[in-house]
Design a protein around this ligand. Sequence first.
Ligand code: SDX
Length: 376
Amino acid sequence: ATQMPEIKKGLVGVYADVSSISKVMPETNSLTYGGYAVQDLCETCTFEEVAYLLWHGELPNAAQLKAFNEEVAAERAISPALHRVIREFPKDAHPMDTIRTAVSFMGLEDPETADISDAAQRRKARRLLAKIPTAIAAAHRASKGLEPVEPNPSHSFAENFFNLVFGKVPQPEVLKAFDVSLILYAEHTFNASTYTARLVTSTNADLHGAITAAIASLKGPLHGGANEAVMHMLKEIGDPKVAREWLQSRFDHKALVMGFGHRVYKSGDSRVPTMRKYAEKMAEVVGDRTWMEISRILADEMLTKKNIHPNLDFPAGPAYYLMGFDIPLFTPIFVASRITGWAAHVFEQGADNRLIRPLSWYTGPEQRPVVPLSAR
Ligand code: SDX
Protein backbone atom coordinates (compact mmCIF):
# COMPACT_ATOMS: atom_id res chain seq x y z
CA ALA A 1 0.00 0.00 0.00
CA THR A 2 1.22 3.55 -0.70
CA GLN A 3 -1.66 5.40 1.00
CA MET A 4 -1.77 5.29 4.80
CA PRO A 5 -4.72 3.08 5.75
CA GLU A 6 -7.05 4.12 8.59
CA ILE A 7 -5.17 3.47 11.83
CA LYS A 8 -7.27 2.34 14.79
CA LYS A 9 -5.06 3.83 17.49
CA GLY A 10 -5.50 1.87 20.70
CA LEU A 11 -7.45 -0.67 18.60
CA VAL A 12 -10.56 1.38 19.39
CA GLY A 13 -13.67 -0.35 18.06
CA VAL A 14 -11.72 -3.26 16.52
CA TYR A 15 -13.20 -6.78 16.79
CA ALA A 16 -10.02 -8.86 17.08
CA ASP A 17 -11.65 -12.32 17.46
CA VAL A 18 -14.79 -14.14 18.54
CA SER A 19 -15.23 -15.28 22.16
CA SER A 20 -17.96 -17.20 24.00
CA ILE A 21 -16.81 -16.43 27.56
CA SER A 22 -18.53 -13.14 28.37
CA LYS A 23 -20.47 -10.37 26.69
CA VAL A 24 -20.29 -6.63 27.41
CA MET A 25 -23.38 -4.74 26.24
CA PRO A 26 -22.62 -1.01 26.52
CA GLU A 27 -26.08 -0.08 25.10
CA THR A 28 -27.72 -1.48 28.22
CA ASN A 29 -24.76 -1.16 30.66
CA SER A 30 -24.87 -4.92 31.12
CA LEU A 31 -22.51 -7.87 31.27
CA THR A 32 -23.03 -11.63 31.12
CA TYR A 33 -20.67 -14.54 31.85
CA GLY A 34 -21.73 -17.65 29.91
CA GLY A 35 -25.13 -16.00 29.36
CA TYR A 36 -25.78 -15.19 33.05
CA ALA A 37 -26.15 -11.56 34.17
CA VAL A 38 -23.23 -10.73 36.42
CA GLN A 39 -25.42 -9.09 39.09
CA ASP A 40 -27.48 -12.31 39.31
CA LEU A 41 -24.31 -14.38 39.69
CA CYS A 42 -23.28 -12.02 42.53
CA GLU A 43 -26.53 -12.58 44.42
CA THR A 44 -26.84 -16.34 43.82
CA CYS A 45 -23.36 -17.82 43.45
CA THR A 46 -19.95 -17.94 45.09
CA PHE A 47 -16.74 -16.90 43.33
CA GLU A 48 -15.82 -20.60 43.07
CA GLU A 49 -19.01 -21.34 41.09
CA VAL A 50 -18.22 -18.44 38.78
CA ALA A 51 -14.63 -19.67 38.29
CA TYR A 52 -16.05 -23.06 37.29
CA LEU A 53 -18.52 -21.35 34.92
CA LEU A 54 -15.75 -19.39 33.20
CA TRP A 55 -13.62 -22.50 32.74
CA HIS A 56 -16.39 -24.93 31.72
CA GLY A 57 -19.08 -22.74 30.15
CA GLU A 58 -21.70 -24.07 32.61
CA LEU A 59 -22.41 -23.57 36.32
CA PRO A 60 -21.44 -26.65 38.37
CA ASN A 61 -23.88 -28.94 40.14
CA ALA A 62 -23.20 -29.71 43.81
CA ALA A 63 -20.96 -32.71 43.11
CA GLN A 64 -18.97 -30.87 40.42
CA LEU A 65 -18.49 -27.87 42.72
CA LYS A 66 -17.35 -30.06 45.62
CA ALA A 67 -14.79 -31.81 43.42
CA PHE A 68 -13.58 -28.47 41.97
CA ASN A 69 -13.25 -26.87 45.41
CA GLU A 70 -11.33 -29.85 46.76
CA GLU A 71 -8.97 -29.85 43.79
CA VAL A 72 -8.23 -26.14 44.16
CA ALA A 73 -7.95 -26.20 47.98
CA ALA A 74 -5.46 -29.08 47.79
CA GLU A 75 -3.11 -26.93 45.67
CA ARG A 76 -2.93 -23.86 47.91
CA ALA A 77 0.49 -24.41 49.45
CA ILE A 78 3.49 -22.77 47.75
CA SER A 79 6.90 -24.45 47.74
CA PRO A 80 9.61 -23.84 50.36
CA ALA A 81 11.74 -22.48 47.49
CA LEU A 82 9.12 -19.87 46.62
CA HIS A 83 8.79 -18.95 50.30
CA ARG A 84 12.57 -18.39 50.35
CA VAL A 85 12.45 -16.28 47.18
CA ILE A 86 9.62 -14.20 48.65
CA ARG A 87 11.64 -13.55 51.81
CA GLU A 88 14.41 -12.15 49.58
CA PHE A 89 12.11 -9.60 47.88
CA PRO A 90 12.93 -5.97 48.74
CA LYS A 91 10.54 -4.91 51.53
CA ASP A 92 9.34 -1.91 49.57
CA ALA A 93 8.61 -3.85 46.34
CA HIS A 94 5.11 -3.26 44.98
CA PRO A 95 2.82 -6.29 45.56
CA MET A 96 1.97 -6.33 41.83
CA ASP A 97 5.67 -6.82 41.08
CA THR A 98 6.03 -9.48 43.76
CA ILE A 99 3.03 -11.48 42.52
CA ARG A 100 4.25 -11.11 38.91
CA THR A 101 7.64 -12.48 39.98
CA ALA A 102 6.07 -15.24 42.10
CA VAL A 103 3.89 -16.44 39.19
CA SER A 104 6.92 -16.42 36.90
CA PHE A 105 8.80 -18.46 39.53
CA MET A 106 5.87 -20.91 39.78
CA GLY A 107 6.43 -21.49 36.06
CA LEU A 108 10.00 -22.61 36.81
CA GLU A 109 8.70 -25.15 39.31
CA ASP A 110 5.54 -26.43 37.66
CA PRO A 111 6.05 -29.96 36.30
CA GLU A 112 3.85 -29.18 33.28
CA THR A 113 4.96 -25.63 32.36
CA ALA A 114 5.95 -26.52 28.80
CA ASP A 115 2.93 -28.75 28.12
CA ILE A 116 0.39 -26.52 26.37
CA SER A 117 -2.20 -29.24 25.77
CA ASP A 118 -5.66 -28.12 26.89
CA ALA A 119 -5.71 -30.61 29.79
CA ALA A 120 -2.32 -29.48 31.12
CA GLN A 121 -3.18 -25.77 30.72
CA ARG A 122 -6.32 -26.37 32.81
CA ARG A 123 -4.41 -28.17 35.56
CA LYS A 124 -1.83 -25.36 35.67
CA ALA A 125 -4.56 -22.70 35.79
CA ARG A 126 -6.14 -24.50 38.75
CA ARG A 127 -2.79 -24.49 40.52
CA LEU A 128 -2.38 -20.75 39.86
CA LEU A 129 -5.90 -20.00 41.11
CA ALA A 130 -5.02 -21.88 44.30
CA LYS A 131 -1.49 -20.54 44.84
CA ILE A 132 -1.79 -16.86 43.84
CA PRO A 133 -3.50 -15.82 47.12
CA THR A 134 -0.86 -17.72 49.11
CA ALA A 135 1.96 -15.93 47.30
CA ILE A 136 0.29 -12.48 47.53
CA ALA A 137 -0.27 -12.90 51.26
CA ALA A 138 3.18 -14.38 52.00
CA ALA A 139 4.91 -11.47 50.22
CA HIS A 140 2.66 -8.95 51.98
CA ARG A 141 3.37 -10.44 55.39
CA ALA A 142 7.11 -10.78 54.69
CA SER A 143 7.21 -7.05 53.82
CA LYS A 144 5.92 -6.39 57.34
CA GLY A 145 8.30 -8.85 58.98
CA LEU A 146 5.48 -11.37 59.62
CA GLU A 147 5.57 -15.15 59.13
CA PRO A 148 3.28 -16.57 56.43
CA VAL A 149 -0.04 -18.18 57.43
CA GLU A 150 -0.62 -21.79 56.33
CA PRO A 151 -3.58 -22.19 53.97
CA ASN A 152 -6.51 -24.08 55.46
CA PRO A 153 -8.10 -26.41 52.85
CA SER A 154 -11.52 -26.21 54.52
CA HIS A 155 -11.77 -22.44 53.86
CA SER A 156 -13.73 -20.98 50.96
CA PHE A 157 -11.72 -18.90 48.48
CA ALA A 158 -12.75 -15.67 50.25
CA GLU A 159 -12.15 -17.01 53.78
CA ASN A 160 -8.77 -18.31 52.68
CA PHE A 161 -7.72 -14.93 51.27
CA PHE A 162 -8.51 -13.07 54.50
CA ASN A 163 -6.95 -15.79 56.65
CA LEU A 164 -3.72 -15.77 54.63
CA VAL A 165 -3.42 -11.96 54.80
CA PHE A 166 -4.69 -11.25 58.34
CA GLY A 167 -4.53 -14.63 60.10
CA LYS A 168 -8.29 -14.49 60.70
CA VAL A 169 -11.61 -14.73 58.88
CA PRO A 170 -13.99 -11.73 59.08
CA GLN A 171 -17.77 -11.65 59.62
CA PRO A 172 -20.11 -12.97 56.87
CA GLU A 173 -21.07 -9.50 55.52
CA VAL A 174 -17.41 -8.73 54.83
CA LEU A 175 -16.82 -12.11 53.20
CA LYS A 176 -19.88 -11.62 50.99
CA ALA A 177 -18.78 -8.14 49.86
CA PHE A 178 -15.32 -9.51 49.05
CA ASP A 179 -16.74 -12.51 47.19
CA VAL A 180 -18.97 -10.18 45.12
CA SER A 181 -15.93 -8.08 44.20
CA LEU A 182 -14.12 -11.23 43.02
CA ILE A 183 -17.11 -12.21 40.85
CA LEU A 184 -17.26 -8.71 39.34
CA TYR A 185 -13.50 -8.63 38.65
CA ALA A 186 -13.34 -12.16 37.23
CA GLU A 187 -13.82 -11.49 33.52
CA HIS A 188 -14.34 -8.64 31.06
CA THR A 189 -13.80 -9.62 27.39
CA PHE A 190 -10.74 -8.22 25.56
CA ASN A 191 -9.46 -5.78 28.17
CA ALA A 192 -5.72 -4.97 27.97
CA SER A 193 -4.46 -7.68 30.36
CA THR A 194 -6.67 -10.40 28.90
CA TYR A 195 -5.62 -9.47 25.39
CA THR A 196 -2.01 -9.57 26.59
CA ALA A 197 -2.58 -13.15 27.83
CA ARG A 198 -4.12 -14.11 24.47
CA LEU A 199 -1.30 -12.47 22.52
CA VAL A 200 1.35 -14.38 24.47
CA THR A 201 -0.66 -17.60 24.08
CA SER A 202 -0.90 -17.02 20.31
CA THR A 203 2.84 -17.72 19.97
CA ASN A 204 2.27 -21.14 21.62
CA ALA A 205 4.08 -19.86 24.72
CA ASP A 206 2.99 -21.37 28.04
CA LEU A 207 0.32 -20.40 30.56
CA HIS A 208 2.71 -19.07 33.21
CA GLY A 209 4.23 -16.73 30.61
CA ALA A 210 0.80 -15.53 29.52
CA ILE A 211 -0.31 -14.87 33.12
CA THR A 212 2.97 -13.18 34.09
CA ALA A 213 2.54 -10.82 31.13
CA ALA A 214 -1.13 -10.25 31.99
CA ILE A 215 -0.18 -9.24 35.55
CA ALA A 216 2.37 -6.76 34.15
CA SER A 217 -0.36 -5.29 31.94
CA LEU A 218 -2.93 -5.10 34.76
CA LYS A 219 -0.60 -3.06 36.98
CA GLY A 220 -0.90 0.14 34.96
CA PRO A 221 -3.12 2.87 36.43
CA LEU A 222 -5.13 3.14 33.20
CA HIS A 223 -6.17 -0.49 33.85
CA GLY A 224 -6.21 -2.48 37.13
CA GLY A 225 -3.91 -0.12 38.98
CA ALA A 226 -6.81 2.33 39.09
CA ASN A 227 -8.42 0.71 42.17
CA GLU A 228 -5.36 1.67 44.22
CA ALA A 229 -5.20 5.13 42.65
CA VAL A 230 -8.87 5.71 43.56
CA MET A 231 -8.18 5.13 47.25
CA HIS A 232 -5.09 7.32 47.22
CA MET A 233 -7.28 10.03 45.67
CA LEU A 234 -10.10 9.62 48.24
CA LYS A 235 -7.55 9.83 51.06
CA GLU A 236 -5.92 12.90 49.53
CA ILE A 237 -9.34 14.60 49.42
CA GLY A 238 -9.97 13.37 52.96
CA ASP A 239 -13.13 15.36 53.67
CA PRO A 240 -16.43 15.53 51.72
CA LYS A 241 -16.48 19.31 52.27
CA VAL A 242 -13.47 19.84 49.98
CA ALA A 243 -14.35 17.22 47.33
CA ARG A 244 -15.91 19.66 44.82
CA GLU A 245 -13.05 22.10 45.11
CA TRP A 246 -10.48 19.30 44.74
CA LEU A 247 -12.23 18.01 41.62
CA GLN A 248 -12.36 21.50 40.09
CA SER A 249 -8.58 21.78 40.47
CA ARG A 250 -8.25 18.45 38.61
CA PHE A 251 -10.44 19.85 35.83
CA ASP A 252 -8.35 23.05 35.75
CA HIS A 253 -5.21 20.95 35.27
CA LYS A 254 -6.93 18.68 32.71
CA ALA A 255 -5.88 15.77 34.93
CA LEU A 256 -7.42 12.30 34.92
CA VAL A 257 -9.79 11.44 37.72
CA MET A 258 -9.04 7.84 38.62
CA GLY A 259 -11.85 5.30 38.58
CA PHE A 260 -13.78 7.17 35.89
CA GLY A 261 -14.27 6.49 32.19
CA HIS A 262 -14.13 3.25 30.24
CA ARG A 263 -13.13 2.23 26.74
CA VAL A 264 -16.34 0.26 26.15
CA TYR A 265 -18.97 1.63 28.54
CA LYS A 266 -19.84 5.23 27.80
CA SER A 267 -23.05 5.47 29.86
CA GLY A 268 -22.13 3.43 32.95
CA ASP A 269 -20.15 0.32 33.92
CA SER A 270 -22.47 -2.70 34.41
CA ARG A 271 -20.64 -3.72 37.58
CA VAL A 272 -20.72 -0.41 39.45
CA PRO A 273 -24.25 -0.55 41.00
CA THR A 274 -23.57 -3.98 42.55
CA MET A 275 -20.12 -3.05 43.82
CA ARG A 276 -21.37 0.27 45.16
CA LYS A 277 -24.14 -1.50 47.08
CA TYR A 278 -21.58 -3.77 48.78
CA ALA A 279 -19.16 -0.90 49.41
CA GLU A 280 -22.05 0.93 51.16
CA LYS A 281 -22.59 -2.19 53.28
CA MET A 282 -18.93 -2.15 54.22
CA ALA A 283 -19.22 1.52 55.25
CA GLU A 284 -22.14 0.51 57.51
CA VAL A 285 -20.24 -2.43 59.01
CA VAL A 286 -17.20 -0.26 59.75
CA GLY A 287 -19.29 2.78 60.74
CA ASP A 288 -17.39 5.21 58.51
CA ARG A 289 -19.23 6.91 55.63
CA THR A 290 -16.44 9.37 54.71
CA TRP A 291 -15.19 7.54 51.62
CA MET A 292 -18.63 6.75 50.24
CA GLU A 293 -19.71 10.35 50.80
CA ILE A 294 -16.66 11.73 48.94
CA SER A 295 -17.30 9.13 46.22
CA ARG A 296 -20.91 10.20 45.82
CA ILE A 297 -19.91 13.85 45.38
CA LEU A 298 -17.19 12.99 42.82
CA ALA A 299 -19.55 10.73 40.83
CA ASP A 300 -22.31 13.40 40.77
CA GLU A 301 -19.91 16.14 39.68
CA MET A 302 -18.17 13.99 37.04
CA LEU A 303 -21.53 13.15 35.54
CA THR A 304 -22.98 16.67 35.52
CA LYS A 305 -19.79 18.49 34.50
CA LYS A 306 -18.07 15.93 32.23
CA ASN A 307 -20.71 13.29 31.45
CA ILE A 308 -18.22 10.59 32.56
CA HIS A 309 -19.34 7.63 34.68
CA PRO A 310 -17.34 5.67 37.28
CA ASN A 311 -15.90 2.23 36.47
CA LEU A 312 -15.68 -0.83 38.75
CA ASP A 313 -12.43 0.35 40.34
CA PHE A 314 -14.20 3.39 41.79
CA PRO A 315 -16.39 1.54 44.34
CA ALA A 316 -13.95 -1.39 44.70
CA GLY A 317 -11.16 0.85 46.06
CA PRO A 318 -13.04 2.11 49.15
CA ALA A 319 -14.67 -1.32 49.64
CA TYR A 320 -11.25 -2.99 49.99
CA TYR A 321 -10.01 -0.17 52.21
CA LEU A 322 -13.00 -0.60 54.52
CA MET A 323 -12.30 -4.36 54.59
CA GLY A 324 -8.92 -3.49 56.09
CA PHE A 325 -6.61 -4.22 53.15
CA ASP A 326 -3.53 -2.06 52.60
CA ILE A 327 -3.92 -0.06 49.38
CA PRO A 328 -1.08 -1.84 47.45
CA LEU A 329 -2.99 -5.13 47.83
CA PHE A 330 -6.00 -3.90 45.85
CA THR A 331 -4.67 -4.68 42.37
CA PRO A 332 -3.23 -8.05 43.51
CA ILE A 333 -6.78 -8.94 44.66
CA PHE A 334 -7.87 -8.12 41.09
CA VAL A 335 -5.18 -10.62 39.94
CA ALA A 336 -6.46 -13.31 42.35
CA SER A 337 -9.87 -12.99 40.68
CA ARG A 338 -8.97 -12.23 37.03
CA ILE A 339 -6.75 -15.32 36.79
CA THR A 340 -10.08 -17.07 36.09
CA GLY A 341 -10.92 -14.87 33.10
CA TRP A 342 -7.34 -14.77 31.82
CA ALA A 343 -7.09 -18.57 31.91
CA ALA A 344 -10.49 -18.98 30.21
CA HIS A 345 -9.17 -16.80 27.36
CA VAL A 346 -5.90 -18.73 27.21
CA PHE A 347 -7.93 -21.97 26.79
CA GLU A 348 -10.12 -20.36 24.14
CA GLN A 349 -7.17 -18.89 22.23
CA GLY A 350 -5.33 -22.23 22.39
CA ALA A 351 -8.34 -24.16 21.08
CA ASP A 352 -8.43 -22.19 17.82
CA ASN A 353 -5.09 -20.42 17.66
CA ARG A 354 -3.62 -18.15 15.06
CA LEU A 355 -0.53 -16.04 15.74
CA ILE A 356 -1.54 -12.45 16.61
CA ARG A 357 0.61 -10.16 14.52
CA PRO A 358 -0.82 -6.85 13.22
CA LEU A 359 0.86 -4.37 10.86
CA SER A 360 2.41 -0.97 11.48
CA TRP A 361 2.45 1.90 9.00
CA TYR A 362 6.06 3.16 8.71
CA THR A 363 6.65 6.87 9.33
CA GLY A 364 10.47 6.92 9.81
CA PRO A 365 13.18 8.24 7.41
CA GLU A 366 13.19 7.26 3.73
CA GLN A 367 15.66 4.52 2.81
CA ARG A 368 19.23 5.98 2.84
CA PRO A 369 22.86 4.87 2.51
CA VAL A 370 24.78 3.65 5.59
CA VAL A 371 27.73 5.98 6.31
CA PRO A 372 30.74 4.13 7.84
CA LEU A 373 31.63 5.06 11.44
CA SER A 374 34.84 6.82 10.31
CA ALA A 375 32.77 9.21 8.17
CA ARG A 376 30.01 9.97 10.74
C1 SDX B 1 -10.32 -1.26 34.04
O1 SDX B 1 -11.18 -2.66 29.36
C2 SDX B 1 -11.68 -3.15 30.43
O2 SDX B 1 -12.67 -3.86 30.41
C3 SDX B 1 -10.96 -2.79 31.71
C4 SDX B 1 -11.63 -3.18 33.03
C5 SDX B 1 -11.64 -4.69 33.19
O3 SDX B 1 -12.53 -5.20 33.92
O4 SDX B 1 -10.73 -5.37 32.68
O5 SDX B 1 -12.95 -2.70 33.08
C6 SDX B 1 -10.85 -2.64 34.27
O6 SDX B 1 -9.22 -1.14 33.56
C7 SDX B 1 -11.17 -0.04 34.37
C8 SDX B 1 -10.51 1.31 33.94
C9 SDX B 1 -9.65 1.85 35.07
N1 SDX B 1 -8.94 3.08 34.68
C10 SDX B 1 -9.16 4.29 35.22
O7 SDX B 1 -10.05 4.47 36.03
C11 SDX B 1 -8.22 5.36 34.78
C12 SDX B 1 -8.96 6.64 34.42
N2 SDX B 1 -9.70 6.42 33.19
C13 SDX B 1 -9.18 6.74 31.97
O8 SDX B 1 -7.89 7.15 31.79
C14 SDX B 1 -9.91 6.29 30.71
O9 SDX B 1 -11.26 6.54 30.88
C15 SDX B 1 -9.69 4.85 30.26
C16 SDX B 1 -8.20 4.51 30.16
C17 SDX B 1 -10.35 3.86 31.22
C18 SDX B 1 -10.34 4.67 28.86
O10 SDX B 1 -9.61 5.37 27.92
P1 SDX B 1 -10.07 5.65 26.43
O11 SDX B 1 -11.14 4.71 26.02
O12 SDX B 1 -8.85 5.74 25.59
O13 SDX B 1 -10.77 7.06 26.57
P2 SDX B 1 -10.09 8.47 26.47
O14 SDX B 1 -8.93 8.52 27.40
O15 SDX B 1 -9.84 8.77 25.02
O16 SDX B 1 -11.24 9.40 27.04
C19 SDX B 1 -12.26 10.00 26.24
C20 SDX B 1 -12.52 11.39 26.79
C21 SDX B 1 -11.27 12.23 26.81
O17 SDX B 1 -11.64 13.58 26.65
P3 SDX B 1 -11.50 14.28 25.19
O18 SDX B 1 -10.05 14.19 24.81
O19 SDX B 1 -12.42 13.52 24.27
O20 SDX B 1 -11.96 15.68 25.48
O21 SDX B 1 -12.97 11.33 28.16
C22 SDX B 1 -12.02 11.97 29.00
C23 SDX B 1 -10.74 12.03 28.18
O22 SDX B 1 -9.92 13.05 28.62
N3 SDX B 1 -11.81 11.10 30.15
C24 SDX B 1 -11.49 11.49 31.38
C25 SDX B 1 -11.40 10.33 32.14
N4 SDX B 1 -11.66 9.27 31.37
C26 SDX B 1 -11.92 9.74 30.17
N5 SDX B 1 -11.28 12.70 31.91
C27 SDX B 1 -10.95 12.77 33.22
N6 SDX B 1 -10.85 11.67 34.01
C28 SDX B 1 -11.06 10.45 33.50
N7 SDX B 1 -10.96 9.37 34.26
